[in-house]
Design a protein around this ligand. Structure first.
Ligand code: AMP
Length: 522
């Protein structure tokens, strides 16, 4: 039986693990690193590069190097938050056929699922090289706060990578699984997960053999990238004031500045001051200009304080949703590289009244949990039960534009709810239903998952037909819809038009296109 790998598909870095000889191990890539940059590039001579190789050439080939594509996955091109967060991205983002975001590289508009698929394929390759055998099954993690579209796109990415995704699990749940395996103590823990692009908080209860998520909250558009952007904007402003030159238009300078800003941010996790030193950053009639400035931890705290506060609001809401108080939490587990920033650790410590647990590696714990879940799914050992929740309320739009929730957020999955629909006109033969996820009372402020058309309704007076529509959320957090005619019990045909995901034909086409492409990773 081939082994199931666990993949943490991160915004910044990805990590793969497997249970080997009963123990989870993180698999190093060819270069010996335990994580690989989630980056993909098309080099100037047309080669496709992934991981460290893509990162190494990012400065000189910024326009054709993709980083943080997870920020775009399952998102509409015209969403204002996307426009803001990607303002300084060097690569071009374009609108796909159904309004989704795509990435333009060397004249091809790549779907975000394809880019994620290429990264997953690289992680599969790393695992196969280590194990010396083919791998075909995986558990892939996603931010707990990912909606249905983002989960579907991640599943498509798995298919593109040649992997059967046995389960999609939430990153903080995976971390808790890795943390709680073998623990016999009953406790309630909080997992605070701040990565490169997303933030999640989950409150879980660990009891003998059961890992149960009590509540989850978060923001899929908030992470280390935003910390970097704040530093970059701060430095751009200072440089503009001092030298009268705006570096925004110079892609190579911007990429160098972004790298330096991230490095300074990381340095400030252990030091009080950091240098940003970029010689020959610009040139004008007066000659070469150098950028040289010192960033203090205090300045960093000022620049990102409101971002950290935003995360703490979600933490407070999540604890409340779980029906608990901060004092009920016995352990706080930090996940994601961005939790190394001291301001983050201080905010978490102040809120829970105790310092976070230092026993887990924030970069590896999610992949380890995914590997543990993978091995549980295929083993006979059913001693561990994992109960997760849906992060967002699922409902439908009513005729007056309101949102009618059918399944509330933080309901344990899998879950099924039914609703009976009828017609409003005599002999109406179809009913259109708009399915949404979100917490706003107004339908148009929530995320549209898709439109479902109940068709072929037999002629009858208005209000007479009764069509029962069932909404299922499976263990992956993915929504499925089915319908039946109450009178006859027969299946009612339903046409699903999901927004922003790929059709089976498109996936097959991408797989065929990628078959011959050799990806030199590292
Ligand atoms: P992840 O998505 O978990 O790989 O987290 C990546 C994010 O963590 C990136 O934004 C990194 O810049 C950030 N990060 C990594 N190491 C540190 C550090 N020592 N201090 C602050 N942030 C860090």
């Amino acid at each position: 039986m081939s082994r199931v790998i666990g993949i943490d598909l991160g915004t910044t870095n990805s990590c793969v693990a497997v249970v080997d000889g009963g123990k989870p191990v993180v698999i190093p890539n060819t270069g010996g690193y335990k994580t690989s940059p989630s980056m993909f590039a098309i080099s100037q001579d047309g080669k496709r590069l992934v991981g460290h190789l893509a990162k190494r050439q990012a400065i000189t080939n910024a326009r054709h190097t993709v980083h943080a594509s997870k920020r775009l996955i399952g998102r509409r091109f015209d969403s204002p938050e996307l426009q803001k967060a990607t303002e300084l991205f060097p690569y071009e983002i374009v609108e796909g056929q159904s309004g989704e975001s795509r990435i333009l590289l060397a004249d091809k508009a790549f779907s975000c699922s394809e880019i994620s698929g290429i990264i997953l394929r690289e992680m599969k390759r790393v695992a196969e090289e280590y194990l010396g055998e083919p791998v075909s099954e995986a558990v892939v993690t996603v931010p707990a706060y990912f909606n249905d579209t983002q989960r579907q796109c991640t599943k498509d990415a798995g298919k593109i990578a040649g992997l059967e995704v046995l389960r999609i699990i939430n990153e903080p749940t995976a971390a808790a699984l890795a943390y709680g395996v073998g623990s016999k103590v009953e406790e309630k823990i909080a997992v605070y997960d701040l990565g490169g692009g997303t933030f999640d908080i989950s409150i879980l209860e660990l009891a003998d053999g059961v890992v149960e998520v009590l509540a989850t909250a978060g923001n899929t558009f908030l992470g280390g990238e935003d910390f970097d952007r704040r530093i970059v904007e701060h430095v751009l402003e200072i440089f503009h004031k001092q030298e009268g030159i705006d570096l925004r238009d110079d892609l190579m300078a911007l990429q160098r500045l972004k790298d330096a800003a991230e490095k300074a941010k990381c340095d400030l996790s252990s030091m009080e001051t950091a240098e940003i030193n970029l010689p020959f950053i610009a040139n004008d009639a007066n000659g070469a200009r150098h950028l040289n400035l010192e960033l203090t931890r205090e300045t960093l705290d000022d620049l990102v304080g409101d971002i950290v506060n935003t995360t703490m609001k979600s933490v407070a809401q999540c604890v409340e949703d779980a029906g608990l108080t901060p004092a009920d939490i016995s352990q706080v587990v930090l996940v994601g590289g961005q939790t190394r920033t001291q301001l983050v650790q201080k905010a978490v410590t102040d809120f829970f009244g105790k310092p976070p647990n230092r026993g887990v590696n924030p970069d590896e714990v999610v992949a380890i949990g995914a590997a543990v879940q993978g091995s549980l799914l295929v083993s006979e050992d059913k001693d561990l039960l994992l109960l997760d929740v849906t992060p967002l309320s699922l409902g439908i739009a009513t005729f007056d534009g309101a949102f009618a929730p059918l399944i509330d957020r933080n309901t344990t999955v899998p879950v099924r709810k039914s609703h009976v629909f009828t017609t409003t006109r005599d002999d109406q033969n179809a009913v259109k239903i708009r399915v949404l996820q979100g917490e706003s009372e107004r339908a148009d402020e929530n995320h549209l998952l898709g439109e479902f058309v109940l068709a072929d309704i037999p002629p009858a007076p208005a209000g007479e037909p009764e069509i029962e529509v069932s909404f299922d959320i499976d263990a992956n957090g993915i929504v499925n819809v089915s319908a039946r005619d109450v009178a006859t019990g027969g299946e009612q045909s339903i046409a699903v038009n999901t927004t922003g995901t790929l059709s089976d034909e498109e996936i097959d086409q991408i797989i065929a296109e990628n078959e011959d492409v050799e990806l030199p990773g590292a």
